[in-house]
Design a protein around this ligand. Structure first.
Ligand SMILES: [Zn+2]
Length: 236
């Protein structure tokens, strides 16, 4: 998971959503009213999906797993529990059908103070709560919120871990290639490589950027990769 910058809603979306929220209120602000209004709101959903796709990582990736195509509008705070937030732009994230329908569903765990125990990539800094182990492709929690998010979002599904290991290998190959292009003055080529890396492997790149430049990491990963990472981090 990586941090996401939420864009401002369009005036059209605000108008469409406010209208639906008023109808939910008029129907008693129940979960049934929210579900009914949501099922009818094709224009609002098209606008929401379009805006979410524009702010999604990579090629419209799921904002939770970063692996699959984001197809569903997820209500971070479920509309069954928070009917009046069904049309709140800040409550919408783009998720793949697996994360939305098989993993998170209507989960909204909280602690004893009713603070949410799920990482919202558009509100939280995921790195404060989650660490990616590059040797296994497995996420580990740094906080209760991180551990709960791993469980609820299914972040350590075997297919996701295998994908992260592949991404790690490819990043290790391509970061030195990017560095060679930079040092050789091929700035256009370097930019294309950097853009491709950022699009395809954002969470693995984020974890690589945290690796320290120490004798131990140079021995384990090689000077070429650590030099490339140092230059990469400076250029970011
Ligand atoms: Zn997903």
């Amino acid at each position: 998971m990586i941090p996401l910058l939420r864009t401002a809603p369009t005036a059209r979306l605000t108008r469409l959503c406010d209208s639906r929220t008023l109808k939910i209120k008029a129907q008693g602000a129940t979960s049934e009213a929210a579900a009914e209004q949501w099922s009818k709101a094709d224009a609002a959903k098209d606008e929401i999906r379009s805006l979410l796709q524009a702010m999604a990582p990579g090629r419209r990736r799921c904002m939770y797993c970063l692996d699959n195509l984001g197809t569903d509008i997820d209500h971070f705070r479920p509309k069954s529990l928070f009917p009046l937030l069904a049309f709140e732009w800040e409550n919408h994230l783009l998720a793949c059908s697996h994360c939305n329908s098989n993993e998170k569903r209507n989960a909204y765990p909280t602690d004893s103070s009713l603070r949410c125990l799920l990482v919202n990539p558009s509100e939280d800094a995921p790195a404060d709560h989650l660490t990616l182990d590059l040797s296994s492709g497995e996420y580990e929690g740094r906080t209760a919120k991180g551990w709960t998010s791993i469980k609820v979002f299914g972040l350590n599904r075997p297919d996701l871990m295998e994908g992260r290991l592949d991404a790690y290998d490819l990043c290790c190959d391509h970061l030195p290639l990017w560095h060679t292009k930079v040092r050789g003055g091929d700035l256009l080529g370097a930019e294309r490589t950097a853009n491709a890396l950022c699009r395809e492997f954002p969470d693995v790149l984020g974890a690589l950027e945290q690796l320290p430049d120490t004798a131990g990491s140079r021995m384990a990963l090689g000077d070429a990769l650590i030099d490339a990472l140092t230059a990469w981090t400076r250029a970011a």
